[in-house]
Design a protein around this ligand. Structure first.
Ligand code: PSV
Ligand code: MN
Ligand code: MN
Length: 426
């Protein structure tokens, strides 16, 4: 199933006049405040977020999984789904593959398909948290940190294989997330586990092409509930530094203990030039992987404030690999991803409205009230007409959810693929 530019533009027709009025009103207001509206709109248009290949089906929980029907059952179909999201939002121009769930059977065909839909291959993810059928060693007690050299070697080799697969597709980054850790006190020697992980990552790093990055993701708990080997940004940064210049920390919004100041973490990592990747999601309790911006939109805005500041002031930090890392239990996965993309763009647009010079002056004056007024003034602005304009300029939908529904995309997918399909993934 594919949706054409003509279909999208036809579905926009009824909303164009309303959009124009709202955009003109906002644009005048922002211009009077000294903003360059065209520049903001074009930054929104170029901001692309990768869709993980494992988020296109219904995720489920350990208690059950309820299919959403018409789910993609091959990598080709997953890329088609991302093409639909990208066609509507114009902001999902990349896919992040998980290996071995998504090994292409025909590399050229997959590349052609992605190319035709304007989709790039972003970071590739390795998987050493599940045992594969033909594997000689088990990851039950860890992978890169395991006390057994044979297990570590197998996990290292897997990561090297993933790099090779990504390389054939044009990826430029390897994302490593480990489930390694312990469930009970005394189970692991913390120092041995950490050192083994460092040594294993160094071996993988040796196989990294010159123009690649290694992204080291951290997470404080789950599936291990007493300790994880890469528990926080500090551990990730130490490991990245221990590998070299091409290794960076990856921040996943859901991988923090409650109330962690994530905006401060991303800020300092950018100062040190070590923030390499970013996974968007939202959560109430833990690594809930909920729709971006659905629970703590103000926190997302504050994070974006630091990201925008970093993008403008920290040339020592590379461009980030942006990705949505979410899971869908009760929503249509494609609608959920569209909502996440909208929330990301909204937070980004609002952060661009912060008057950084005024904020700096207020900070120098220790005018705490004014600092807050400046941030909240930007946050309270309804920026949706800017998002609409960015999409419209690129041939996307004024309202992606509305178009998705009026074009009956899910109905079309079910017709094409059938009801009882299951997507590989978490
Ligand atoms: C597990 O927590 C996880 O959600 C991590 O965030 C990874 O990025 C993802 O799985 C894919 O391995
Ligand atoms: Mn993640
Ligand atoms: Mn996670």
């Amino acid at each position: 199933m594919k949706i054409s530019k003509e279909q999208v533009s036809e579905s926009n027709k009824s909303g164009v006049q309303n959009h124009n009025e709202n955009f003109d009103f906002l644009s005048n207001k922002l211009t009077n405040q000294g903003h360059d509206v065209n520049a903001i709109v074009s930054k929104l248009a170029t901001f692309q977020v990768a869709i993980p290949s494992w988020a296109l089906g219904a995720g489920g929980t350990r208690f059950g999984r309820f299919s959403f029907y018409g789910e993609p059952s091959s990598l080709e179909q997953k890329i088609e789904d991302i093409g639909i999201i990208h066609g509507l939002t114009q902001t999902a121009g990349a896919v992040s593959l998980h290996i071995p769930w998504d090994i292409p059977s025909d590399y050229n065909a997959i590349k052609e398909k992605a190319d035709a839909l304007d989709i790039k291959f972003d970071a590739v993810n390795s998987n050493t948290f599940q045992d594969q059928e033909d594997a000689s060693e088990s990851y039950k007690y860890g992978s890169l940190s395991n006390t057994s050299k044979a297990v570590r070697d197998q996990a290292i080799q897997h990561n090297l294989d993933v790099i090779k697969i990504g390389d054939k597709l044009g990826s430029k980054a390897l994302a490593v997330w480990l489930a390694d850790g312990s469930c009970f006190p005394g189970q692991n020697n913390f120092q041995t586990a950490f050192q083994n992980t460092q040594d294993s990552l160094v071996e993988i790093y040796k196989g990294l092409p010159d123009d690649w990055k290694m992204l080291v993701e951290y997470k404080p708990y789950e599936p291990n509930f007493y300790s994880t080997v890469i528990q926080d940004w500090g551990a990730s940064l130490m490991l990245a530094n221990g590998c070299g210049d091409k290794a960076y920390t990856l921040v996943d919004l859901g991988h923090h203990l409650p109330n962690s100041n994530i905006e401060q973490i991303v800020s300092i990592l950018q100062l040190k030039g070590k923030l390499g990747g970013f996974h968007f999601n939202d959560s109430k309790y833990g690594d809930d992987d909920l729709t971006v911006g659905s629970i703590k939109p103000y926190a997302l805005f504050l994070i974006f404030n630091e990201l925008v500041y970093g993008m403008q002031n920290n040339p020592q930090n590379p461009d980030l690999a942006w990705m949505i890392d979410a899971s869908h239990n009760v929503k249509d996965p494609l609608e959920d991803l569209i909502q996440s993309l909208e929330a990301i763009q909204e937070a980004y647009a609002k952060a661009m409205l912060i008057d950084q010079n005024a904020l700096k002056a207020a900070q120098l004056d220790n005018d705490v009230v004014k600092c807050q007024e400046i941030l909240q003034g930007a946050y309270r602005t309804d920026v949706r007409p800017l998002l609409e304009k960015a999409r419209l300029n690129s041939g996307g939908a004024l309202s992606p959810i509305q178009s998705y529904r009026s074009l009956d995309v899910r109905g079309g997918l079910i017709k094409e693929r059938g009801k009882h399909t299951i997507a590989t993934g978490l």
